[in-house]
Design a protein around this ligand. Structure first.
Ligand code: PLP
Length: 415
């Protein structure tokens, strides 16, 4: 099928034909960088989502809603678990969950024995923070730009055990990895036990040199916990390659899993040292001890497999390349425009789909309001810790035409 035939297909055929094995086979040999700009391919991907017609959604950072087929499969899981009642829980659940966990571990590139399914990043990282055996005077290092829930959990440990939290500021537009590594290195002391770093800063989209930071911290005897809320299934990477000790992510973000699923990765040798939040009969060295969920909405966890299938049909590297292309498509058009301030590194390797932009003299809350009320563009305002603007998060269904509308709106407001 050539491009013109394909476009005709998008107009008339069933969704299955548009983004199915035939289309994927047609594009099988197309490199990610070329495919990133192939609008017919992404137009086919777009048909898989049901979109709100009354506004342009550029706020997929909170969570990425499911493509229709994943949603339907999820509803099927809800029906099956409901139909079978306790028989499902007693005879099928364990096998199903182990299969899903094994599939997730394969996606993450780690062993299933190092990964559990949680409800979200908050639960994953808070399990680690509260699982440490803190002594008075022990120190943890984190950034002012980290997510508030984890900072709150560290503060709770400080109140309870007298441990001490130290904060750094992540440079907005670093010239090198070393500049970022040095900021963290300067905050470590002989008392530091845990360093928390974001894989991708949620308010700016800044991607940190995680491996270099982990290697630096390990050389100083400090363990590293990575907040991967926005990076998992957004960037194409394998967890062990990061060299971190702990990694938490939300699957309802970039994997488009039904709401309420996350992962916690704990490197094998770190498992025994963590206290679980809830008592569990599992041995100390078994990661299951951190996963005492009780009766829970297992249908959500079952949806993970379907979301992985959708993610892998596109391909992790292709998705990353497209998301980065979309971000640069709009941000390159506004960078350098009078009054428009980019709050995301200029270096293309230090960001992907997420970016943040402000307008001098316009409060972020007002900018978000004007964009929505006057231009029908949905974003979210960020106003603090050195970042003043709106966070802009396209998804694989976003079109360049939508981003053109956003650029036009920004320039109009700035003028
Ligand atoms: C960097 C970061 N960490 C953690 C979280 C918490 O995610 P969740 O609410 O899914 O636990 C978020 C949410 O946006 C985030 O941006």
């Amino acid at each position: 099928m050539n491009k013109r035939d394909f476009l005709r297909t998008v107009g008339g055929a069933s969704v299955g034909l548009m983004f199915g094995p035939e289309l994927l086979a047609q594009y099988a040999d197309t490199p990610a960088a070329i495919l990133a700009e192939d609008e017919p391919f992404w137009a086919a991907v777009r048909t898989k989502f049901k979109l709100a017609p009354e506004y342009i959604n550029l706020e997929n950072g909170y969570y990425c809603f499911q493509p229709e087929e994943v949603l339907e499969q999820f509803i099927g899981h809800v029906r099956r678990v409901n139909l079978m009642g306790s028989r499902y829980m007693r005879t099928v659940k364990d096998e199903d969950k182990l299969r899903v966990r094994t599939r997730l571990a394969a996606l993450a590139g780690c062993s299933p024995g190092e990964l559990i399914i949680t409800r979200n990043t908050t639960e994953s990282l808070d399990t680690v923070i509260s699982g440490f055996n803190w002594d008075a005077g022990d120190e943890a290092v984190m950034a002012n730009q980290d997510y508030g829930a984890m900072i709150d959990q560290f503060r709770l440990q400080a109140r309870r055990y007298g441990m001490v939290n130290r904060f750094i500021d992540i440079p907005m537009d670093p010239r090198s990895d070393d500049e970022v590594v040095r900021v963290y290195a300067n905050a470590l002391t002989s008392k530091t036990r845990l360093l928390m770093i974001p894989h991708m800063v949620n308010i700016t989209g800044h991607v940190l040199p995680v491996r270099a930071i982990c290697d630096m911290a390990h050389a100083r005897g400090v363990q590293v916990m990575v907040d991967g809320a926005h990076a998992f299934a957004h960037l194409d990477f394998r967890l062990p390659d990061l060299h971190c000790d702990y990694y938490g992510a939300s699957l309802h973000k970039w994997l488009s899993v039904p709401l309420g699923a996350g992962i916690l990765y704990v490197k094998t040798e770190r498992i025994a040292g963590l206290w679980p939040v809830y008592g569990d009969g599992s041995p100390d060295g078994n990661i299951n001890k951190l996963n005492h969920t009780g009766t829970h909405p297992v249908h959500t966890d079952l949806g993970i497999e379907n979301a992985i299938a959708f993610h892998e049909a596109i391909g992790a590297a292709r998705k990353e390349a497209r998301l980065r292309y979309l971000q640069r498509y709009w941000s390159d058009k506004v960078r350098g425009t009078p009054k428009i301030v980019m709050n995301t590194p200029a270096d293309i390797t230090r960001s992907c789909g997420i970016a943040n932009v402000g307008i001098a003299g316009v409060k972020p809350g007002d900018l978000m309001k004007i964009l929505f009320e006057q231009h029908k563009i949905w974003t979210v305002a960020i106003d603090g810790v050195g970042v003043h603007g709106v966070r802009v998060t396209p998804q694989v269904y976003t079109t360049p035409a939508e981003l053109d509308a956003f650029v036009k709106a920004l320039k109009t407001i700035a003028a």
